[in-house]
Design a protein. Structure first.
Length: 386
């Protein structure tokens, strides 16, 4: 009887222990410019599917449990859509059916490996090659008044309510039809300016004047930030109204603004140069996680650990929204030529610096570096994640 009683007590003690949430380990799979998928010139269905399986198997072997698949690199689709055209990165021609649905295929294969799939969208970038052919149903044609050329890229105007509603429609369609774990935006809201220069050439003064003539009172910079705020809050609301369990997150530029924190050197910042306010998003609860792109070495003027401490600080993030930093694995390559120890050190920092009540996590840029095992990084990460 004593032995039975001891076993019961031990079982009770084990069951009463707090559950351990798994560490969130993501990786980005990019389709823009065929950076990761599909490989340049690879047009066959079998070849593209084999590459997706290869990437998933690499993630599984390393212990990575989420992939961020770029399904909308330039107002197009790497999935079946009645709203936007098939991406030219699949076939070489925008609007041409690739012969299968890459997103559906990826979701099916990822589930076999217990890997989450997050659909990654570029909200406002409409063309990576402004001179390229675009279909009649492309958003740059449907909303041509709000399509602006910046060098060789076409950007849609975040100040346009029609453009914003179109993006929300795309997101709602994706969430309703695909078994996704998340929706993800990257940091391209307004175009990046050159270092040391303000983004004054972006031609949205007409939209701002329409706003002012309609009774608006915000300054030009605040109006731009408010445009992005509206997209973020409305995206969150649309996702939760459609499928509450689907997560929504953004990967903003890693430096918020000058002086925050005051220990890092600022050349560009998210708030003043790209006109968006991710601190407001986490304070308002408009995102389920944030993944600031902390693409700097730890011993640099933009210290990885100093920035991560700032983003995870309860004063910055009083709601305790999970912060999963972006780690630049591609900087193992030239010209940065990092040593693998820098990547491992950054993984270790994510565990040393409290993420509040949330499990630890990080997202790697990008899958090709890990798939190629550049500089022997893969077994070192596998050792970290086992």
């Amino acid at each position: 009887m004593k032995k039975i009683l001891i076993i019961i007590l031990l079982l009770g003690a084990v069951l009463s222990l707090p559950s351990q949430s798994k560490e969130f380990r993501g990786v980005w799979i990019s389709s823009a410019w065929n950076i990761n998928f599909p490989k340049e010139g690879s047009r066959s269905v079998a070849g593209q599917q084999m590459l997706l399986i290869q990437y998933l198997e690499t993630a599984q072997k390393l212990g990575i449990n989420a992939v961020f698949f770029q399904v909308r690199p330039e107002g197009d689709a790497l999935y079946e859509s009645n709203i936007e055209p098939w991406s030219r990165f699949l076939t070489g021609t925008q609007g041409r059916h690739p012969g299968y649905d890459p997103l559906e295929f990826l979701i099916t294969e990822a589930k076999k490996r217990n890997i989450e799939v997050h659909a990654w969208l570029n909200p406002y970038r409409a063309a990576t090659n402004a001179s390229g052919e675009r279909t009649a149903n492309h958003m740059s044609k449907k909303f041509s008044r709000y399509a602006y050329r910046d060098k060789n890229v076409i950007w849609m105007d975040p100040g346009s309510e029609a453009v914003r509603n179109h993006i929300i429609k795309v997101v709602t369609d994706l969430v309703s039809r695909y078994d996704l774990d998340g929706i993800h935006y990257d940091d391209y809201f307004y175009p990046y300016p050159s270092v040391g220069k303000k983004n004054i050439s972006y031609p949205d003064k007409g939209t701002y004047n329409d706003y002012k003539n309609g009774g608006g009172s915000l300054t030009f910079a605040d109006w731009r930030r408010d445009n992005v705020n509206k997209l973020i809050s409305k995206t969150y609301q649309a996702i939760k109204a459609t499928k509450p369990g689907v997560k929504f997150g953004v990967s903003p530029f890693g430096i918020y603004t000058k002086g925050f924190p005051n220990t890092v050197k600022v050349e560009l910042d998210q708030y003043n140069d790209i006109y968006s306010d991710p601190v407001k998003w986490i304070r308002e609860g408009w995102v389920d996680y944030l993944a600031p792109q902390l693409y700097w070495a730890d011993n640099s003027p933009q210290s990885f650990s100093a920035l991560l401490k700032w983003w995870r600080d309860p004063e910055v993030n009083p709601r305790g929204i999970p912060i999963y930093p972006g780690i630049a694995a591609d900087r193992l390559n030239k010209p940065h030529n990092w040593a693998p120890s820098e990547i491992i050190r950054q993984v270790e920092w994510t565990r040393k610096i409290s993420n509040g009540p949330n499990p630890n996590g990080m997202i790697f840029w990008n899958i090709k570096v890990l798939d190629d095992n550049y500089k022997g990084i893969s077994p070192q990460l596998r050792n970290q994640f086992k």
